[in-house]
Write a protein that binds this ligand. Sequence first.
Ligand code: ADP
Ligand code: MG
Length: 233
Amino acid sequence: MAQGDEHDAPVIYLHDIRRQYRQGESVLTILDGAKLALWPGQSVALVAPSGSGKSTLLHIAGLLESPDEGEVYVGGNATSTLSDADRTQLRRTEIGFVYQSHRLLPEFTALENVMLPQMIRGLKRSETVNRAKEILAYLGLGERITHRPAELSGGEQQRVAIARAVANAPRVLFADEPTGNLDPHTADHVFHALMQLVKATRVSMLIATHNMELAGRMDRRVSLQDGHVVELE
Ligand code: ADP
Ligand code: MG
């Protein structure tokens, strides 16, 4: 296991995660004792073929799905015993998620899309405006804040989605093939935005990607084999 500072707890620790899907008579074992520690400020690429369980792993690590067995620790604390309300609260404050498609709300501007997670968390509108503007400007979108998603390019949409994901200053950002729908040049731009955030905020990051060049620029690369997480290189 790649270690961070020995005094730090992993931001996320997946312990012996097991996940099966039942399909009629048969049972499909997707994760079979998967283990992964993600350290503060670390960026990790998850590179594995389609169907190997990347999205499943990210959803479990992001507390969007529960494993059948095993434990997800966030900042050293077990999450399986939390109430649904506490788990939701933890997810809102500690975890950001970016999907392959931006999943922005079409009726709202870029600014409002980034304000929303903060308002849901209970911050005042005026506070959320300032932070949303700051993050969008940081990601090079200062001139686009009043645009709706349909009025933005694919790369801009994805950068707004990243801004939304970090709006509540999470400890960890999960991204599920975030550049999968983008041309190489735009993918590079979006990836740069992600790496810029890691450097500036020390947020940890786990990114599922098929892009080996981008993966090569991250701190660490892991894959999935037979339901286990394996280190690459
Ligand atoms: P990846 O993201 O690496 O492409 P996924 O985690 O999406 O892989 O899926 C892993 C496997 O689990 C695939 O074979 C997929 O068909 C199966 N699977 C995913 N979600 C479900 C589900 N809700 N029900 C049944 N099978 C599923
Ligand atoms: Mg997937």
